[in-house]
Design a protein around this ligand. Structure first.
Ligand code: COA
Length: 168
């Protein structure tokens, strides 16, 4: 197969990442094989009320993807398309885990395209073993003392335990 990364294209992989899971890492790694550069970016003004601060989420992602050389980590506030334009990104990457994701992702991708015709969205499917996973489930399991080892990188598990202990 030819080296598609030689085209120099930049993708942005946005999300709340509260916290990053193995499913997110899987999508980021797939994107890194297709694009020359990938910026995983944390939405700090997400409509959600995150457990972790923006800085904490960025740091957990940095550690999770430290072995993938063409991935950078950043945070943004405001509209995703404005961030994508500022970075001169060629595409936004989003993970599609199941059909249930489709309607919302379709709406978001088309809205972003309406806001800026220059930015397209590319959907990547994580490995099947991660299709049921989301950050809320991981936080919930950790909160009730369950073992999240199979869902998140080891350092994320440590951060989760420390954060929840602090909140008790
Ligand atoms: N593995 C594990 N979990 C995954 C996953 C994967 N591969 N892909 C998605 N998820 C999870 C996420 O962790 C998240 O879980 P949560 O609800 O428990 O937090 C959920 O699936 C997806 O949530 P969603 O709301 O679809 O996306 P998000 O929170 O990750 O990111 C933004 C949404 C930040 C990209 C979007 O809100 C945004 O762009 N905000 C900026 C403002 C803006 O421009 N708004 C206009 C958009 S049209």
């Amino acid at each position: 197969m030819s080296d598609v990364t030689s085209s120099g294209k930049l993708a942005i992989y946005p999300g709340t990442f509260d916290p990053i899971t193995n499913g997110h890492v899987d999508v980021a790694a797939r994107a890194a094989k297709l694009f020359a550069r990938v910026i995983v970016c944390v939405a700090v003004n997400s409509a959600k009320t995150p457990l972790f601060s923006g800085e904490e989420r960025v740091e957990m992602i940095r550690q999770a993807v430290k072995n993938i050389k063409n991935i950078e980590v950043d945070a943004f506030e405001g509209l995703l398309v404005d961030y994508a334009l500022e970075k001169k990104a060629d595409a936004i990457v989003r993970g599609l885990r199941a059909v249930s994701d489709f309607e919302y992702e379709f709406q978001m991708a088309l809205t972003n395209r309406k806001l800026s015709a220059e930015v397209d969205t590319v959907f990547l499917m994580p490995h099947e073993k991660y299709t049921y996973l989301n950050s809320t489930i991981v936080r919930e399991i950790a909160k009730y003392g369950g073992d999240v080892s199979q869902f998140v990188p080891p350092h994320v598990k440590t951060c989760l335990m420390a954060k929840l202990k602090k909140m008790q």
